[in-house]
Design a binder for this molecule. Structure first.
Ligand SMILES: Cc1cc2nc3c(=O)[nH]c(=O)nc-3n(C[C@H](O)[C@H](O)[C@H](O)COP(=O)(O)OP(=O)(O)OC[C@H]3O[C@@H](n4cnc5c(N)ncnc54)[C@H](O)[C@@H]3O)c2cc1C
Length: 407
């Protein structure tokens, strides 16, 4: 049995967790399983289970669970927020990621405190109960994946390495040109992007900026939805920009704040990844435990064989360790100035642990574990993608080490 690490959850937190768990079990997990087997074009087509589930998530306010109550959000912070994210991800990491990135452009605008921009972008998103507003976080490019994320390394200031998507000021407007990678989550369904663009290439990646772009602007086009091995219910795809014009005020951060903005966004995203994949690990462990209890081999349930017991215990340890670290990293970063190395430790450890647990869960299922009908088969593919998502694990480790060494 999974034991919650925190014996002191309040009644309200337990209720929140149970309510979200029911939603994840009844809506998100079945939708993600169906979408997993569909063609990426069919995933995003009208009438697809993607829209039913996303609309229901918006109807229940999960897209604004961390937004202030004054704006129509649930105002969740701290462990309340972590517990809700865990349960959503237990049901589907695809939807956990889709809802998470959907919030990013609007949450970023909220953070600027600019009343006019908040009225224009945040208020309609916060009021949306029908998934009319979908955000994405467009950073990586065909020629710059890792390059665009490693804000703490010296190459971030190398003038020879800059984003290819550019922003040029023309009077009171920015003119944008370029292309974002096929890996942008929600990329072909998003209505708004928080986009990282190059403003002063002589400063390398650090010479970039972040702008909000309504994606119905003239000059914006999209690529095909990406066909990938895991997290197939999470839409991804390219965004192309050709002489796209946005008002000057839509550039939310310029080169003076770019490095800090990349660091802040990655720190938040990596902490979220830790939370999500600690819960996916739990889902895989639960499947393995349930199967081991009733599969009979050698005249008894396989759970009675010591090798299987050993495997189940290893899985249990990894789930508990991942959950503990992800909760601790989130709590640390909410309690004061965030530390990127905390989030990176959580992301790398939890996704690695999740991959090991999901692989062990497939092994415990024997041949059945390889079948498309089984949840563990999907979880293993989802976990594999997580070790590249939001930064390859090995380079995140290098970036975190740099911060440890530099103090
Ligand atoms: C499921 C998923 C969701 C994603 N969502 C988004 C999103 O919402 N928005 C977005 O912008 N992007 C998104 N991405 C893209 C993701 O951030 C990149 O895939 C990731 O940063 C790696 O970039 P890359 O794929 O170009 O690999 P590359 O950067 O080309 O790396 C290839 C290999 O080289 C190694 N390597 C690269 N640079 C170095 C270095 N300096 N030192 C040592 N080794 C190095 C890497 O570790 C890796 O093994 C997503 C990716 C996935 C898988």
């Amino acid at each position: 049995m999974y034991l919650d690490l925190n014996r002191n959850l309040t009644e309200a937190q337990v209720a929140l967790r149970e309510q979200t768990h029911r939603f994840a079990e009844e809506v998100l997990r079945p939708a993600a399983s169906r979408l997993d087997r569909m063609d990426p074009e069919a995933v995003i087509a009208d009438g697809s289970p993607l829209w039913d589930a996303l609309k229901e998530a918006y109807r229940q306010g999960y897209h604004v669970r961390g937004f202030p109550e004054s704006l129509g959000g649930a105002g969740l912070t701290g462990l309340d927020s972590t517990v809700v994210t865990e349960e959503i991800a237990w049901g589907s990491c695809d939807f956990a990621a889709a809802l998470g990135v959907s919030t990013i452009p609007f949450g970023f605008v909220l953070g600027t405190g600019d009343a006019e921009l908040i009225r224009e972008f945040v208020v309609p998103f916060a009021r949306d109960r029908d998934a009319q507003y979908v955000g994405c976080w467009a950073v990586t490019e065909p020629n710059h994946g890792t390059d665009s994320l490693l804000f703490s390394t010296e190459h971030f200031r190398d003038p020879n390495i800059a984003l290819d998507t550019t922003a040029r000021l023309d009077g009171d407007e920015w003119v944008l040109n370029g292309q974002k990678s096929a890996w942008v989550s929600n990329g072909t369904i998003a209505t708004h992007a928080l986009m990282n663009v190059s403003i002063d290439a002589s400063r390398g990646m650090a010479g970039g900026g972040f702008c909000i772009i309504p994606l119905d602007r003239p000059g914006v086009t999209r690529g095909k939805p990406l066909d990938k091995m895991g997290q197939r219910a999470l839409n991804q795809g390219q965004i192309f920009l050709e002489d796209v014009r946005i008002p000057r005020k839509y550039m939310l951060v310029g080169p003076e704040g770019c490095t800090e903005a990349v660091g802040g966004l990655l720190t938040g995203a990596n902490a979220g990844m830790g939370t999500i994949f600690s819960a996916v690990a739990r889902a895989a462990f639960e499947e393995a435990l349930a199967y081991a209890r009733h599969r009979i081999q050698g005249g008894k349930p396989i759970a009675e064989h010591q090798l299987v017991q050993q495997s189940l215990f290893q899985m249990f340890m990894k789930v508990q360790a991942a959950t503990a670290l992800s909760r601790a990293a989130s709590a640390y970063n909410r309690g004061g100035p965030p530390a990127a190395q905390m989030s990176m430790a959580s992301k790398v450890f939890c996704t690695q642990a999740c991959h090991e647990v999901a692989s062990a869960a497939v092994q415990i299922h024997g041949g059945l574990g390889l079948c498309k009908d089984l949840l563990v088969e999907k979880l293993l593919r989802d976990a594999r993608a997580s070790m590249i998502e939001d930064g390859n694990n090995e380079v995140l480790g290098l970036a975190a080490a740099r911060r440890l060494i530099d103090g």
